[in-house]
Design a protein around this ligand. Structure first.
Ligand code: AMP
Length: 282
């Protein structure tokens, strides 16, 4: 497995793979890898011949009071894990390589109709940061395929829309959520949780699962389903950010849920904010 810290090294490696006729896949991440990230590498490998991962904790997508400075990092372990999944190249740029001297004057902005929901509503500017860095990574790699996780539902939707609306010539694949054996969605941020918070955090996966089960049992009323979710999240020490059942294309709250509607939750346990979701009828 090769590693690169500069855009020039990436471009040279990609050009070489292209000359060999390979189809290129990219898996963008912020590192501190877990099985969820590695499942994206497996899907990338299934859909391409040459697989790259980027590991970059993108300052642009963190708010001023968020966890940028303490975001977990372990590059040595990440390289071992990515190598174990047959990754061809890992790109780990320093911040100055991505944003030279803070000189980024053009950004990718989502329309308010898709931003002002869920995480976009709670984290102003977050998706501007995400879309801008992902557009840059697409510019650096020019991949044929990029793989993202359903765990970040709104992110996946906005990236699909960016690619469609800005006519970017690549395919986007979105992979299912990988969970711990007790149901907790895997996240790099789970490492922040104390034992008590880890136990409380199970309320998120229980809430989306309860919603899915109630829908499967025949309940389609949006408010009734949201009440199921809120009640499952009503746990001491769990501060709910949102508890929604939304349309998967518009992210508007549904009056009547249908197969494909999404139950999405975010909550804080102490200082740690986690998200989870489930597709109803899936
Ligand atoms: P992150 O490093 O948190 O920015 O995540 C990088 C990519 O991995 C994103 O596309 C996420 O949606 C995806 N991802 C994160 N957690 C999971 C998970 N538990 N299962 C599947 N994909 C995930």
């Amino acid at each position: 497995m090769r590693t690169a810290t500069t855009k020039a090294e990436v471009r040279a490696a990609v050009a070489e793979a292209r000359r060999a006729g390979k189809r290129i896949a990219l898996v963008p991440t912020m590192g501190y890898l877990h099985e969820g990230h590695l499942s994206l590498l497996d899907r990338a490998r299934a859909g391409a011949d040459w697989v790259a991962m980027s590991i970059f904790v993108n300052p642009l997508q963190f708010g001023p009071t968020e966890d940028l400075s303490r975001y977990p990092r372990d590059l040595e372990r990440d390289l071992r894990l990515a190598g174990g999944r047959g990754t061809d190249l890992v790109f780990t740029p320093p911040v100055e390589e991505m944003y030279s001297a803070g000189e980024q004057k053009v950004f990718v902005l989502p329309d308010a109709s898709l931003e002002d929901h869920l995480d976009g509503a709670s984290r102003p500017g977050h998706f501007r940061g995400v879309l801008t860095v992902v557009a840059k990574l697409f510019g650096i790699f020019a991949p044929d395929l990029a793989v993202f996780g359903q765990k970040d539902l709104q992110q996946a939707l906005l990236i699909r829309r960016m690619v469609a609306d800005l006519d970017m010539p690549l395919e986007i694949d979105v992979a299912p959520i990988v969970r711990e054996s007790d149901g907790l969605a895997m996240s790099s941020r789970n490492v922040y949780l104390s034992a008590e918070e880890r136990a409380r955090a199970l309320a998120l996966s229980r809430a989306v699962e309860a919603c899915r089960a109630r829908f499967a049992a025949g309940e389609t009323d949006g408010d009734a389903l949201r009440a199921v979710v809120r009640s499952a999240l009503d746990v001491p020490g769990v501060e709910v950010d949102y508890a929604e059942v939304v349309d998967p294309a518009t992210l508007d709250a549904v009056k009547v849920a249908a197969p494909g509607s999404v139950c999405a939750v975010a909550a804080r346990m102490g200082r740690t904010r986690l998200i989870d979701n489930a597709i109803l009828g899936a």
